[in-house]
Design a protein around this ligand. Structure first.
Ligand code: F6P
Length: 468
């Protein structure tokens, strides 16, 4: 079996005991690396004070070599905060209004990708299989190819891919498309993203579809296919089942005093639709006076990417809105919204999901959304809650037992909350049973294996995310 080399912007380092940090992706990739032996390379998360990028920090742990690259402050500003998170992120989430293109950031993005390639190339053996993750590193394969590497190189995009009309607003869209065409396999979350990508290739005659998932562009034949990412379903369900042992979970239940719980969990990001969601919750309370004092909405929102100005704006907007709604609706013994601005450990979170009658997952656009999958996995099979899910999340393609909503339609989300809270137990069980077996079968290990199989050239081209 070939060695595996994983490259991602962030590297989830194991703790001292060698255990992977919480999170399905880290666990699955670390397991694949343990099995085959290999390297996980990425940014160390640190920035050096000078303008110059420093070297590479190599750490061996079992069969895995972690290779961590420090970046200069300038690199981080231009590559990460600039081009990746003020251009590619908003663009891929259909937010042209928030896209802020600057040539210097674009140059920094390509410069850091070249640096990663230069640091990585000497570590690569001829039959290593290379798997690159996400929008930060699109040009990496092209850089490695220029250095003469002939290895199989795959790319997985964790976020949505936009239609041609959106992508082509990016001045360097051709270079980005050329970057993707340099891989042997390009993986997307949903069929919709893969179709958008095919549309981008065809629109200006950049490339052509050869059939069976194969494309030709810039003189290179490559495969593009769909690999919906998932969670460690069984482990997460078990964590939820045993979550009662956490004192915090018990205290939360007590503090609810019999009220229904609605839960939302998101990084603080404009793509998550948090303000729309708070407005929909407010509408629900206003339209359903009986619910006053009887329903609590817990929104857990750890801060994210604070160095990017749009995220600071978002942070203020959400805090102000949650404060205004609470001020308007609260009574002395009931606070409708509990807004928590920090992250919560996975096993406690699993317990909170299980306690919640409703999982409210309403991003305006999302590659997949693993919170939706975690909410379903965490439910009590005898008395499951209801998932309300944005039709613009990749997960909506698979989770057909959810109440699908348009997050821009405040009334519709408010109605869905009312419907979910009054749904009879048989209907809830039926909906949950529609989703859980699929999630158990298609967990994150399955995702990892099918991508690597396809990259090795043995995978079949798939149809839709969910076979009929
Ligand atoms: O979902 C995309 C993603 O970039 C993940 O890869 C990452 O874990 C998450 O968003 C958080 O973003 P950041 O690494 O910018 O804090």
């Amino acid at each position: 079996m070939s060695r595996l080399v994983v490259i991602s912007n962030r590297v989830p380092l194991p703790d001292k005991s060698g255990a992977a940090p919480a999170g399905g992706l880290a666990v699955a990739l670390q397991a694949a690396l343990e099995e085959r032996g290999g390297i996980w390379m990425g940014w160390s998360g640190k920035s050096t004070s000078g303008r110059e990028t420093s070297g590479i920090d190599i750490r061996e742990q079992g069969k895995i070599t972690y290779a961590l690259v420090d970046l200069s402050r300038k690199d981080v500003e231009e590559y990460y905060a600039g081009f990746a998170n003020r251009v590619l992120w908003p663009l891929c989430h259909y937010r042209l209004d928030l896209t802020d293109y600057a040539r210097k950031d674009m140059a920094g993005y390509f410069r850091v990708n070249r640096l990663f390639a230069q640091q990585l190339a000497p570590l690569i053996k001829p039959d290593d299989v290379i798997w690159v993750h996400d929008y930060h590193l699109i040009p990496l394969a092209a850089e490695l190819r220029q250095m003469g590497l002939k290895n199989r190189i795959g790319f997985f995009l964790h976020i949505p891919w936009p239609p041609a009309d959106v992508l082509f607003t990016l001045p360097v869209h051709e270079t980005i498309m050329r970057g993707l065409a340099s891989y042997d396999l390009v993986g997307f979350q949903t069929r919709h993203d893969a179709e958008n990508f095919a549309g981008c290739l065809k629109r200006e005659g950049i490339g052509k579809e050869l059939g069976q998932g194969l494309f030709e562009a810039y003189g290179h034949v490559f495969r593009a296919d769909v690999f919906p990412i998932s969670i460690e379903t069984a482990a997460f369900a078990e964590a939820a089942r045993t979550s009662r042992r956490h004192a915090l979970v018990g205290r939360m239940r007590q503090s609810l005093a019999g009220r229904d719980l609605i839960i939302g969990v998101d990084r603080l990001d404009y793509s998550k639709g948090i303000t729309n969601r708070i407005e929909a919750f407010e509408r629900f309370i206003v339209n359903n006076p009986d619910s006053r004092g009887r329903v609590t909405f817990l929104q857990v929102t750890p801060k994210s990417r604070s160095e990017v100005p749009e995220y600071g704006d978002m942070q203020r907007m959400v805090a102000e809105l949650a404060g205004r709604v609470n001020g308007a609706l609260s009574t002395v013994d009931w606070t409708p919204i509990r807004y928590v601005n920090r992250s919560i450990g996975r096993s406690v979170l699993a317990g909170l999901y299980r306690m919640a009658q409703v999982g409210l997952v309403t991003p305006l656009r999302d590659g997949m959304n693993l919170v939706a999958k975690e909410y379903v996995a965490a439910q009590d099979p005898e008395n499951p809650g209801v998932l309300i899910l944005s039709r613009f999340a990749g997960a909506a393609r698979e989770l057909d037992g959810a109440l699908l909503v348009n997050p821009y339609d405040t009334d519709a989300v408010s109605d869905a909350i009312a419907r979910a809270l009054s749904m009879p137990i048989e209907a809830r069980r039926e909906r949950w049973n529609q989703m859980m077996p699929h999630l158990l079968e298609n967990d994150v290990s399955h995702w990892c294996e099918s991508f690597l199989k396809a990259l090795a050239g043995h995978g079949e081209t798939k149809g839709d995310e969910r076979p009929a």
